[in-house]
Design a protein. Structure first.
Lengths: 363, 572
């Protein structure tokens, strides 16, 4: 195997100017290496800078500092060997499936016959045979994302960048597409050498990636790197799979050990300069009630309650952290445990609800 | 029980917002009284106090003109709320009323003036009022049709759930109208009112300084001032008029339309999250002022009172499906047939009998010339403004600066600049057939620009990333990304620009500077000439032909293009 990396990011930093002249730091001290045959997952919640990093790699924006190298050469603008799949599909509604796929080849000024051959091959490979002349609006979400994949693969990229490609799809469609993708990857039928996958779904990361980089926010940085050595195809119910998921949950809720100076990732207390998440009071009360109720009885395993409430970590974590900030709950070791105050609140609330119901029947 | 508190509303009378609001309201009342005082004066009063080019008179003239504009706007609003509602509510009436509106929309505005002025003068013989009526009616015709159309469309697209909710609460039709339908149609209506205002300004000269055949009336106002300045070849006075118009347009934009647009935002049914909420200092003033609050409370009370007074629907007596009454249908059809026959008879007797075939052919030829001009100009304007608009639209900061300027330019009556053009044409002996043409699109090209800007800025960021990621650049980028993305917006702009240019043809193809007349061959100058000569048959023939051309072009070119663009290229 080739020893030089496909992609190398060293000490990348990205900041945006704010209207008041100060700067908003979104990425700091980012080091990343992608080698041939690897799928690397960037896992974190929104605002952790993972999508920003992806855009830097794609050459769609420039880093404020640091170095990004593709095949040993610095990235300046969109590189020919890096293609991207977007969360919202980003298909052109006025182009047919074929024309959407062919667009990247047309930009390379390829001959008409060659464009046709390669586009049809990509469409065929991704399972869209027969839909060449359909318009995107005539396709389901899953089919549209297949077009997104075909469009990226047709240019024969070395690196495929995927920006939460399955998160706009329903659960079943997403699963089918994931499995199809992994099959093609395992069989080596895709012309790609390495993949970077941005996701906020822990199970998805463990299912698909060889390495998972866990991102922290404010500013975005890598908290830890987790190697996934389970053989493909992976089974979600396999104990070692569950164990890894659990470990990442623990990793993501761990109290900061160092981190960026002056910033605190979790909120044992409320430090000056912590960024408050937007959380509705309904969600706070709802989560407390859910944790207080059986089968959790005041202490819930995060992956369990996440799947129980069908909440993504993106939604769950801010709520859990706010509860911790208000000292209604403790967040540690991948568990959410209600404090006495939290339990009292949940009991009171249930009592009030019972009383209301009683009044309703009395009338 | 709430305790009655006297002065609750007026408790903090003296907030600074109140002071501002007081000045505005009282100023408005004084202005209304002042400007309407002359209405009942005999026509001869106009001769004893002739127009003056002294710029000191301009504020008064501007006030009078603005008064006419708003009187017409109020009329248009009444017309909209009745006509459009009738058309939308009654299946039978709608079949006839909607096409009528469509035709009315395509009749050149100046056409209405020349035809109706005699009628209005006879309403109040020998008084200024008659001429005022004619002028206001002319402005009304530039505003009413598209407002009515927009409201009709809103009425037809009220979301089914809201209608069902209103029905399940058994709202009376009256309540449903004020609580659901009017608020729902408001945003589109306000937007159309703004557009209409701009259209009205364009014809201010023609509507105030009326001369049909032997009847010549110059109502005091900015329009007459400009007409006089043109007659006396006074370029300085034109400059003063332009400055006045700038101030007036800026003032009503800030005081009337900005607040309306900001206020009406609450009636939008589909709120896109993150969309910028329009903001207006004047609205803040009105909202914080207790006096204005008291006034709106009164309006609210009136709505509540009438809602209670009008009986709401009782339990459904009849089964839900009411059989249409056959006899009434027949009556309706008979009425329409009678109207059509009468109309046809008039056209045959008055128009066709008095028109030699050669004349008719000549008019058609002239119309073709004007059509050619309009299309070439739209194409030229597109070549210039589409690339600029896309460039600006892709840069949010630039768009923020350019967008209001473009909208302002569209509101500015471009015919104020005509004298300068005529001056140039005469001086350098240019060919008027070519060099008068750009005047037609001077005021309407901006619709293309700001629609394209809106289109380009609505391209989602991810789509731009796709283009960049696959390195789609140059002509390929224009062909596959930019042009398709803006097409629906562009077509909307081009339709507006084209309609406006046809209207402007009458003013632009025959331009005057003192005793110099510069004329381009076309239908516009034909109508203008006929109007000056007071030749009724030729006026009607010219206007009829122009309406026909506009209707046909709309039906067979713009409308299919619009639906095609909407269907295929709309980003959703």
């Amino acid at each position: 195997m080739n020893t030089s990396p496909l992609l190398q990011c060293t000490d990348v930093r990205k900041a945006f100017p704010k209207p008041d002249g100060a700067e908003l730091l979104v990425l700091q001290g980012m080091n990343l290496e992608l080698r041939e045959g690897q799928i690397v997952g960037l896992l974190g919640r929104s605002g952790s800078g993972k999508s920003t990093l992806l855009r830097l790699i794609a050459g769609l924006s420039e880093p404020s500092a640091g170095d990004l190298q593709y095949l040993g050469k610095p990235i300046a603008g969109p590189a020919p060997g890096i293609a991207m799949v977007f969360q919202s599909f980003a298909l052109f509604p006025w182009l047919t499936v074929f024309e959407n796929v062919a667009l990247g080849l047309e930009a390379q000024r390829m001959s008409r016959a060659e464009i046709r051959k390669r586009s049809l091959a990509a469409i065929d490979l991704i399972g869209l045979d027969g839909f060449e002349s359909a318009y995107p609006r005539e396709l389901s979400g899953g089919m549209r994302q297949r077009v997104g994949f075909a469009r990226a693969l047709v240019v024969h990229p070395n690196i495929l960048l995927m920006d939460e490609p399955f998160s706009a799809l329903d659960v079943l469609t997403a699963e089918t597409l994931r499995t199809d993708f992994l099959d093609l990857w395992a069989e080596g039928r895709m012309p790609i050498k390495g993949v970077i996958l941005v996701t906020h779904n822990i199970e998805e990361a463990v299912l698909m990636c060889d390495r998972v980089l866990v991102f922290g926010s404010n500013p975005g940085r890598i908290l830890s790197e987790i190697k996934v050595t389970l053989p493909q195809p992976r089974n979600r119910l396999d104990p070692s799979f569950r164990e890894l998921v659990e470990r990442i949950y623990v990793e993501m809720t761990a109290r900061p050990t160092g981190g960026a100076p002056g910033r605190k990732e979790n909120f044992p207390g409320l430090g000056i300069g912590s960024v408050l998440p937007h959380v509705s009071s309904n969600l706070l009360a709802g989560l407390m009630e859910a944790v207080a109720a059986p089968p959790f009885n005041g202490k819930a395993d995060l992956p369990e309650i996440a799947s129980d409430l069908t909440m993504e970590i993106d939604e769950l974590f801010p709520v859990a952290e706010t509860l911790q900030m208000l000292r209604f709950a403790e967040l540690e070791g991948g568990d959410l445990k209600l404090t006495e105050d939290g339990l009292a609140f949940a009991v009171q609330k249930r009592g009030a609800a019972v009383e209301l119901r009683f009044q309703g029947t009395a009338k | 029980m709430k305790r009655f508190e006297p002065f609750l509303i007026l408790r903090d009378l003296a907030t600074r917002w109140d002071v501002l609001a007081f000045i505005v309201v009282i100023g408005l009342i004084v202005f209304l009284g002042e400007t309407s005082r002359g209405l009942f004066a005999p026509l001869t009063a106009l001769e004893t106090t002739p127009m003056s080019l002294d710029p000191l008179h301009l504020p008064e003239y501007a006030a009078r003109t603005t008064f006419r504009m708003f009187a017409a706007l109020a009329l248009s609003l009444v017309f909209t709320l009745t006509y459009a509602t009738w058309a939308a509510k009654s299946e039978r009436a709608g079949k006839l009323l909607v096409p009528i509106l469509d035709i009315l929309q395509s009749v050149p505005i100046l056409g209405f003036i020349s035809v109706t002025v005699v009628f209005f003068m006879s309403l109040a013989p020998g008084r200024v009022l008659g001429a005022e009526f004619a002028a206001i009616f002319a402005i009304f015709t530039s505003q009413a049709w598209n407002m009515a159309f927009s409201f009709y469309q809103s009425l037809r697209t009220v979301p089914t759930e809201l209608i069902e909710a209103a029905e399940s609460f058994r709202l009376s039709p009256w309540m449903r109208f004020w609580q659901l339908e009017v608020p729902f149609g408001m945003p589109a209506l306000i937007w159309n009112m703004m557009m209409s205002m701009s259209g009205g300004w364009f014809f201010v000269v023609a509507s105030e300084s009326i001369s049909v055949g032997h009847t010549t009336v110059a109502l005091p106002g900015v329009g007459s001032y400009i007409a006089l300045a043109i007659e006396q070849k006074n370029l300085t006075a034109i400059g003063w008029a332009i400055a006045t118009m700038l101030i007036v347009i800026l003032a009503y934009d800030q005081l009337i339309f900005r607040p309306l647009v900001a206020w009406v935002d609450r009636f939008r049914v589909e709120q896109e999250p993150g969309a910028k909420v329009p903001d207006s200092w004047a609205l803040t003033m009105f909202r914080r002022s207790r006096i204005i609050q008291a006034a709106t409370l009164a309006f609210h009370a009136a709505v509540m009172f009438t809602s209670r007074a009008v009986k709401r629907k009782d339990e459904p007596e009849a089964p839900l499906s009411v059989k249409p009454k056959r006899s009434f249908d027949w009556l309706w059809v008979a009425l329409i047939v009678a109207a059509v026959v009468a109309g046809l008879w008039h056209i045959v007797v008055v128009l066709i009998q008095n028109t030699p075939l050669r004349e008719a052919l000549q008019v058609c030829g002239l119309a073709t010339l004007t059509m050619l001009r309009v299309f070439i100009l739209i194409a030229l304007a597109s070549l210039i403004w589409v690339p600029i608009g896309v460039w600006v639209g892709m840069r949010p900061r630039a768009a923020q600066i350019v967008q209001p300027i473009a909208q302002f330019m569209a509101a500015f009556p471009a015919n104020l600049l005509f004298p300068i053009a005529v001056y140039g044409i005469v001086k350098w002996k240019l060919n008027p057939d070519i060099y008068l043409s750009p005047l037609m699109i001077l005021g309407t090209q901006w619709y293309i620009l700001f629609n394209v800007i809106a289109g380009a800025s609505s391209i989602p960021a991810e789509m731009r990333y796709v283009a960049a990621n696959f390195r789609v650049t140059g002509w390929l980028w224009w062909r596959k990304v930019a042009l398709p993305a803006i097409l629906p917006f562009y077509v909307t702009g081009a339709i507006t620009a084209s309609g406006g240019s046809w209207n402007a043809a009458i003013v632009a193809e025959l331009a005057t500077w003192g005793d110099t007349h510069v004329q381009a061959r076309g239908l516009g100058s034909y109508i203008a000439e006929a109007t000056t000569a007071g030749d009724f048959h030729r006026i009607v023939l010219g206007i009829g032909t122009m309406s026909l051309f506009v209707v046909v072009i709309n039906r067979f070119f713009w409308r299919p293009l619009y639906y095609y663009a909407e269907r295929k290229y709309r980003l959703t």
